[in-house]
Design a protein around this ligand. Structure first.
Ligand SMILES: *Cc1c(COP(=O)(O)O)cnc(C)c1O
Length: 636
């Protein structure tokens, strides 16, 4: 047995690089989440949570939410800005707003408003529905509601009436046409609006989600349109309502350089608006603050090459420099970070249901002893005798050639099924030998062998429901076992979900070597669940998901640490089969009636007894009430 300890596991899965102090491996080899002040007492093992839930009857897969982490993130972002402002001697202040679309769950919005109160943290809305949420949740006259998105009369009226309630709404003009409606509605209601302008930054940031920048971005005003809006407001005597300039470069901006350039351009526009005579006062730098998903601290799309502190320092510095040059006073800085606030908040736990072991590690000798099969195997076995480091690639080519030959002979009836099976078996045993002995040598096809020989682990989850960005845009999330980390993982695998869709698989993983197409995992034990965690899934994943194969929402539970105690709350049962069927317009009651009728007919025709009918119906209705995911221990 090779030496292996938890520090090897830390390196392999890079947990200390992406965990940001929230996730780590315990001495006993379990992943723990640290919930408060990053103090050891507030750490709890994810496995113990999973076991506790199972004892309470809540099954895997389950989404865990950690409210303390939200609390910590809000504090972190606000304090980082406040420190940057203090250190630089900046005269303005900072106000964060949380973009509801990043995670719209009631609990998230409620917790952000609660924990954010001391910092006057507000909300950003992109639609009427989100504004309706925001108006109910914001109580603080110093917090802002930034109203973005396409706006009709109703949206505008709601924002204006919010002002009457003492809530600071700002209507951000995204399209030139909106100005007319805003002016008209504010006259009709006799309420003076706070108006903001969204500019199109010419800065095009790199990254996955950065179409919000550049000339062709769908939202925002170009320079000509900005001037037109200013002229119109002045003509209508409403220029005194223009308070805010907004821009958004996109989400997950990996490179700090883009953030600096964006802030500089926006500060020049801001100064231009002040010089036009608008009162202004607010500069809203949008979102973009990235998460280091792969732990590389680089400018790759799944990472970022800066810290929150650097982000805040740089933004404050750029704005301050321009204000000095333009001789204008310092605006309140607003930012709309969502991803950076909620990503760490949720973890998806799933159990492994089955594994498909592609290569069992045997060397093929058991078939070789059968002399009858020898003629079909001769060429392949000869290759094995020739194999050495120098000719590994050549041997692989020969193996492929001889396997092809056997397959052709099979097509013409010259080789039978048993011979073909033996040949395939020997072929893979030699390929595995090449991979094991020479897997590290520099030849593209040999490097690919690890992936070709890897196992498939079937996880109890739906990629489409729970991790839509993995499917849609190949986003990487950290994935690793949450236990047994004191022992060395002995298998290499890719992960498949249970949708039976070839797209429902994950074969890009964050590992010590960088991005790898296999993940090191343990052989599951007979009598114990093998549980994997998918981390940093708090942003964007929950409501983008769909009902592929009618797998619904997973069970959800929140865990909080307070005064030395952990508590479970906000337990939400995932969708039942009846729930997901009704989403696609089936009526569970009617389905039940259809089965009852069918079973009654079978009784009438003497095919089943009435007792059997009762059992069939009760199995059917239990199925309707059940979880859409694979249930391992059947109760009742
Ligand atoms: C989506 C969005 C955000 C959130 O940005 P993140 O970088 O993902 O936090 C902020 N502002 C606007 C206008 C958005 O559309």
């Amino acid at each position: 047995m090779e030496n292996w300890n938890i520090h090897d596991a830390e390196k392999l899965y890079r947990i200390n690089d992406w965990g940001n102090g929230y996730f780590h491996i315990s001495e006993t080899g379990e992943v723990e989440v640290r919930l408060k002040d990053k103090s050891p007492q507030s750490s709890i093992s994810l496995l113990s949570i999973a076991k506790g839930l199972q004892e309470r009857g809540l099954k895997l897969p389950v989404l865990l939410r950690f409210s303390n982490i939200l609390d910590d993130r809000i504090q972190h972002i606000n304090e980082s800005f406040l420190h940057a402002i203090q250190d630089a001697g900046y005269q303005g202040t900072y106000r964060g707003v949380y973009p509801i679309k990043v995670n719209q769950q009631q609990q998230v919005v409620e917790e952000i408003c609660k924990y954010g109160q001391q910092y006057h943290h507000g909300l950003e809305t992109g639609s009427k529905a989100e504004l309706i949420i925001a108006l109910a949740h914001i109580d603080d006259p110093e917090a802002y509601i930034i109203c973005n998105g396409y706006k009709d009369e109703e949206y505008i009226d709601l924002a204006l009436k919010g002002l009457q309630l003492g809530i600071n709404t700002v209507l951000v003009v995204e399209m030139p046409g909106e100005v007319g409606i805003i002016l008209q509605r504010s006259r009709a209601l006799g309420i003076k609006p706070n108006i903001g302008l969204r500019m199109k930054p010419s800065t095009m940031a790199s990254g996955h989600w950065t179409d919000s920048g550049g000339d062709r971005s769908v939202f925002g005003l170009n320079t000509t349109q900005v001037i037109q809006v200013v002229d119109r407001l002045r003509k209508e005597n409403m220029l005194d309502c223009l308070k805010l300039l907004h821009y958004h470069l996109g989400s997950q901006i990996p490179n700090i350089h883009d953030i600096r350039v964006g802030a500089t351009e926006a500060a020049r526009f801001y100064a231009g608006l002040v010089q036009e005579g608008a009162p202004m006062g607010l500069l809203d730098i949008g979102g973009g603050l990235a998460i280091d998903y792969d732990g590389s601290h680089s400018n790759s799309p799944n990472s970022r090459n800066y810290t929150t502190k650097e982000y805040c320092d740089d933004v404050v510095e750029e704005i301050m420099t321009i204000c000095k040059e333009e001789k204008i006073s310092h605006p309140t800085i607003i930012s709309e970070s969502g991803r950076a606030l909620v990503s760490y908040y949720s973890v998806l736990l799933m159990n492994i249901l089955d594994t498909n072991v592609f290569w069992d590690g045997k060397n093929g000798e058991e078939v070789v002893y059968d002399q009858m099969l020898m003629p079909a195997l001769e060429n392949l076995l000869y290759v094995r005798t020739m194999l050495n480091e120098k000719n590994a690639q050549e041997c692989l080519n020969d193996l492929n050639y001889y396997r092809e030959e056997i397959r052709n002979k099979f097509l013409y009836g010259k080789v039978n099924m048993r011979e073909r099976a033996a040949a395939e078996h020997v072929y893979w045993s030699i390929v595995a030998e090449i991979q094991q002995k020479y897997g590290d040598i520099h030849a593209a096809e040999i490097q690919k062998l690890e992936h070709q020989l890897s196992d498939i682990y079937y996880g109890n989850f739906s990629l489409f429901q729970s991790l839509p960005d993995v499917w849609a845009i190949d986003q990487l999330f950290p994935i690793m076992p949450i236990h047994r980390l004191e022992t060395k993982p002995d298998r290499k695998a890719v992960l498949s979900d249970i949708t039976c869709d070839s797209e429902g698989k994950i074969d890009k993983f964050i590992t010590a070597k960088g991005v790898s197409d296999t993940l090191a995992l343990h052989t599951p034990k007979e009598d114990e669940d093998y549980i994997l965690g998918v981390f940093l899934v708090g942003a964007y994943q929950e409501t983008l998901g769909d009902l592929h194969n009618l797998l619904g929402d997973t069970n959800v539970v929140s865990i909080t640490y307070e005064d030395g105690n952990f508590s479970l709350h906000n337990e939400l049962e995932g969708d039942t089969v009846a729930d997901v069927l009704s989403y696609v317009e089936y009526e569970p009651k009617r389905l039940e009636t259809m089965i009852r009728t069918k079973a009654e007919k079978a009784v009438q025709e003497g095919r089943i007894t009435v007792q059997e009918r009762r059992r069939i119906i009760s199995a059917y209705t239990a199925g309707l009430r059940g979880y859409t995911y694979y249930e391992t221990d059947q109760e009742e």
